[in-house]
Design a protein around this ligand. Structure first.
Ligand SMILES: NC(=O)c1ccc[n+]([C@@H]2O[C@H](COP(=O)([O-])OP(=O)(O)OC[C@H]3O[C@@H](n4cnc5c(N)ncnc54)[C@H](O)[C@@H]3O)[C@@H](O)[C@H]2O)c1
Length: 356
């Protein structure tokens, strides 16, 4: 039976973000009625302007740490896709632990409102950052993280950002067990694609190549292994979580392609048509050395499989970035964006009405 999206009212928190706005487009295409709740602290209006302007999305611009905004966010909807979070790329989450800790409060307030309002279903944007760091140190190991490794033999999530994701997943399981709310957690692994921002590695690499950076800076020793996963695949998996999971189960959404940072850099430079010197920056944040998902559970539970191989997704993302960005603007924001989120202070002053 096909899922009745056409009769569903949904809220996407963080719906102006890179992944959130792509999810909004996919839900609208399925016929759902969509509300976006976002404070535009890192999400941007341009990602959703088209669907706000044509009236297909209701936008509540507000801070979900405000209990009243949170209450209004979930009022009268069937499904909440919860993506709002204080979050950025590796430079951001490593250097802004306090800010990431506020997600504990944001999630707790939202989930309480879900229970109080009797909302039927919540799908949560979790992360590969919930997995114990001690498992992910050895690049010589062909490791694929399976869902049961979350706490074996002990929790060791990736900072307060990862800890908040663990707490939310556990809360959602409790909400199912104790109140019958249908819940699911989708563990995203290093997502990239159009609308991505420079504080994430792939977009940062593309931005460096766009600026023809030479020497080309690489954080760490470049040997880190990742399974960068294309945004359309992530969105498809997230929607399938709503369609197939009710009991709080968490599933990995990630490819099983193992890509070394230095190999990704070489691919990007080849697309940009130049051969810069590579300068390693071992003191910059790198995250775990070896993080790749096992996606068999998503295959069996959701019938989900990534459709976009890294080389193809990288090409699409490179083409999007280089055809939509202004080189002077990228030069102006780039250093800020490597470790921050939202709008650089210079842009706020220069254009008070510009997107946050
Ligand atoms: N990008 C990735 O690789 C990745 C990997 C794993 C998990 N995730 C998760 O996916 C979700 C979306 O991430 P993203 O990369 O698209 O971009 P993002 O981090 O910009 O998304 C967060 C969104 O939430 C909004 N937001 C933040 N705090 C808010 C608040 N207090 N009130 C209202 N809105 C608020 C932001 O403006 C933004 O639109 C996040 O939950 C993130 O943790 C992303």
């Amino acid at each position: 039976m096909t899922f009745p999206w056409q009769s569903r009212k949904v809220t996407v928190t963080g719906g102006a973000s890179f992944i959130g706005s792509t999810l909004v487009d996919a839900l609208l295409a399925r016929g759902a009625t969509v509300r976006v709740v976002d404070d535009l602290s890192s999400g941007v209006m341009r990602n959703i302007q088209h669907v706000v302007d044509d009236g297909s999305v209701e936008l509540i611009q507000g801070n979900l740490l405000d209990p009243d905004v949170s209450r209004r966010a979930v009022e009268g909807v069937d499904t909440v896709f919860h993506l709002a979070a204080d979050h950025g790329g590796r430079g951001y989450v490593d250097l802004h632990q306090y800010a990431c800790s506020t997600n504990l409060g944001l999630d707790a307030i939202l989930f309480k409102n879900v229970v109080d309002a009797g909302v039927e279903q919540v799908v949560y944007a979790s992360s590969g950052c919930i997995y114990p760091l001690y498992l992910q140190a050895d690049i010589g190991e062909t490791l694929y993280l399976t869902e049961d490794m979350e706490k074996a033999p002990g929790y060791d999530p990736d900072g307060l950002y990862g800890l908040a994701k663990v707490a939310a997943e556990l809360t959602l399981r409790a909400m199912h067990n104790e109140f019958g709310v249908k819940t699911a957690s989708a563990r995203y692994f290093t997502v990239y694609g159009p609308r991505g921002v420079e504080n994430h590695a792939v977009i940062a690499m593309i931005a460096r190549s766009f600026l023809k950076q030479d020497p080309f800076m690489v954080w760490g020793n470049g040997e880190q292994i990742r399974n960068w996963t294309y945004v359309d695949d992530i969105v498809e998996g997230t929607i399938r979580c709503a369609e197939h999971i009710e009991d709080g189960t968490a599933v990995n959404l990630g490819t099983m392609e193992r890509v070394r940072v230095l190999d990704a850099v070489n691919m990007v430079c080849e697309m940009a048509g130049y051969e810069p010197a590579i300068e390693l920056q071992p003191d910059m944040p790198t995250g775990p050395m070896n993080r790749v998902a096992d996606n068999s559970l998503a295959k069996s539970l959701l019938g989900w499989e990534p459709q976009v191989l890294f080389e193809e997704g990288l090409r699409r993302t490179f083409d999007w970035y280089t055809s939509t960005k202004d080189i002077d603007e990228v030069r102006e924001i780039f250093d800020f964006m490597l470790t921050e989120r939202g709008t650089p202070p210079s842009k706020v002053t220069a254009s008070p009405t510009s997107e946050k």
